[in-house]
Design a protein around this ligand. Structure first.
Ligand code: SF4
Ligand code: SF4
Length: 320
C-alpha cells in the first residue's frame, strides 16, 4: 500500500475506535521544543519528577524511543464530562481521573489501532504509548496537525478543546504525514494565567510544576507548602481550573462517548474524613483501577487534610 493509503486507513480505523482526531507525523526532533525543555529542566520547574530528566534525551529526539519507527500515528480521545464535583463532604477530582484509569482504556484501543494498521498493510510492527513513556506526545500531536499549545501548556484542538488524552502508535511503516499545526489561537486571551490559584503559570506556555495543584496533589511526595495550601481549595486530586476557564473548552467541550471515563456516581469515593483515616489496604481496595492510585494513601490523606483545612478556614471566614 502507498503511504497515502496507509494514512487514510489508519485515520479510518482511529475513527471507528472512537478517537475524535488522528494525525500522522515523523519522529524528527523539534529544536524549539528541545530548547524549551532544557530551560524548564534547568530551572527545576519539574520538582521531584526526576523521571523527566531521565526521559529528556528521548523527549529531545523521539526517534530514540524505537529507532526502526518511521511514523507516529497520534490520536486524541475526549474525556470531558460535566459532573457535580465534588459531592458533599468529598474533594474535587480532576475530570480525567473520575472514571477508570485511562492508561488501560487507551492502551487497549491503541493496540487495536496498531493491529488494524499492520493487518491492513500485511507487514510491519507497532508500539503504543500513552502518557507512560518518554515520548513527547503533545509535541507529536502538534506536529501531526492536531492543535497548538495553549498558554496553559496544554494541547488545544480547534473542535475538541483540551480535555483529551493523547495516544501514540509508533510503526515501522511509512505513512503520509500531516502538516504540523503552526497557528496559535490563544490570541490576546490570558484567562488561564489569571485563574491559576497558585501562580503556577508565570508566563505563557511556562508551567512551574512545583506550584501546580496537579503536581502538589499527585506527583509530590512532600507536604504541601503552607503558602500554596489555600490555592489547593477543594482539590483532592489534580486541578482543572486552567482548562475550565479556557474559551475553547467552554465552547467545544462535549460529553465523552467512552463510558469507562465517566464517574460511577457523585459519591463514588469516600468522604475527606474517611480518606484521612484510611489504612493502606482500604486505600488500595477503594482506588484500585483508577488514576487516584498514583497519589497513594499518604498523598490522598495529605490532600484530604488540606481540603478539610481549607473548608474549615472558609466556613470560619463566613461565620466570623
Ligand atoms: S492545573 Fe491548576 S494549579 Fe496547575 S497550572 Fe492549571 S490552574 Fe494552575
Ligand atoms: S485560557 Fe486563553 S490563553 Fe489560556 S489556553 Fe485557553 S485560549 Fe489560550
Amino acid at each position: 500500500m502507498t503511504p497515502e493509503n496507509l494514512a487514510v486507513a489508519a485515520k479510518a480505523a482511529a475513527r471507528a475506535l472512537g478517537f475524535e482526531a488522528c494525525g500522522v507525523t515523523d519522529l524528527a526532533s523539534t529544536p524549539a521544543v528541545t530548547a524549551a525543555l532544557d530551560v524548564w529542566l534547568t530551572a527545576g520547574r519539574h520538582g521531584q519528577m526526576r523521571y523527566l530528566e531521565r526521559q529528556a534525551p528521548t523527549r529531545r529526539d523521539p526517534g530514540r524511543a524505537w529507532p526502526e519507527a518511521q511514523s507516529a500515528v497520534v490520536v486524541l480521545h475526549n474525556y470531558f464530562q460535566d459532573t457535580a464535583n465534588p459531592a458533599p463532604g468529598r474533594g474535587r477530582v480532576a475530570r480525567y481521573a473520575l472514571g477508570d484509569d485511562y492508561h488501560a482504556v487507551m492502551r487497549t484501543k491503541l493496540t487495536s489501532l496498531g493491529e488494524e494498521l499492520v493487518g491492513t498493510a500485511g507487514i510491519g510492527a507497532y508500539r503504543v504509548y500513552v502518557d507512560a513513556g518518554p515520548l513527547p506526545e503533545r509535541e507529536l500531536a502538534r506536529r501531526a496537525g492536531l492543535g497548538w499549545f495553549g498558554k496553559n501548556t496544554l494541547l488545544i484542538h480547534r473542535r475538541l478543546g483540551s480535555f483529551t488524552f493523547v495516544g501514540v502508535v509508533l510503526t515501522d511503516l511509512d505513512l503520509a504525514r500531516d502538516d504540523p499545526f503552526q497557528s496559535d489561537y490563544c490570541g490576546t486571551c490570558h484567562r488561564c494565567l489569571d485563574a491559576c490559584p497558585t501562580g503556577a503559570l508565570p508566563a505563557p506556555q511556562v508551567l512551574d510544576a512545583t506550584r501546580c495543584v496537579s503536581y502538589l496533589t499527585i506527583e509530590s511526595r512532600s507536604p504541601i507548602p503552607e503558602e500554596l495550601k489555600p490555592g489547593v481549595g477543594q482539590w483532592l486530586f489534580g486541578c482543572d481550573i486552567c482548562q475550565d476557564v479556557c474559551p475553547w473548552n467552554r465552547r467545544f467541550a462535549s460529553e465523552t462517548i467512552e463510558p469507562r471515563y465517566r464517574a460511577k456516581s457523585p459519591d463514588q469515593w469516600p468522604t475527606l474524613e474517611e480518606i484521612v483515616r484510611m489504612t493502606e489496604r482500604e486505600c488500595e481496595a477503594t482506588f484500585e483501577g483508577t488514576a487516584l492510585e498514583r497519589a497513594g494513601r499518604s498523598g490522598l490523606a495529605r490532600n484530604a487534610a488540606v481540603v478539610l483545612e481549607n473548608a474549615a478556614a472558609s466556613s470560619g471566614a463566613a461565620t466570623g
